[in-house]
Design a protein around this ligand. Sequence first.
Ligand code: 5GP
Ligand code: ZN
Length: 114
Amino acid sequence: MAARTLGSCIFCKIIKGDIPSLKLIETEFSYSFLDIGPLSKGHALVIPKDHVAKMHELSDDYLADVLPIAKKIALALGVENYNILQNNGRIAHQEVDHVHFHVIPKPRASHDVG
Ligand code: 5GP
Ligand code: ZN
């Protein structure tokens, strides 16, 4: 399926390169980059290149590409402790209405928090 984009969406602009980002891994279906407001050092986001707001709206080919990228990021960061977080809807704390998966390392020491 051809990727949908939304002109006013921050994450669609990041995929296009209209808003700069610290890119990690890019594939045909997905794009990943560092979160601008990291909860810990290395906090990353993995997003599908198809603009939909919520995970259940995403087709399986886009969805299937996301987790292997999250896995590669976790391996590259070398973290043993981390959370994968994915929010859907305001009440569930979703702020950006383009599906995204957080990879949030849980540092051992407080000085690692950045
Ligand atoms: P949500 O609360 O929707 O699950 O998380 C949205 C995330 O997107 C937040 O962690 C926030 O810091 C991040 N974010 C919002 N705008 C930008 C941006 O322009 N660039 C980057 N790199 N991250 C962003
Ligand atoms: Zn979008």
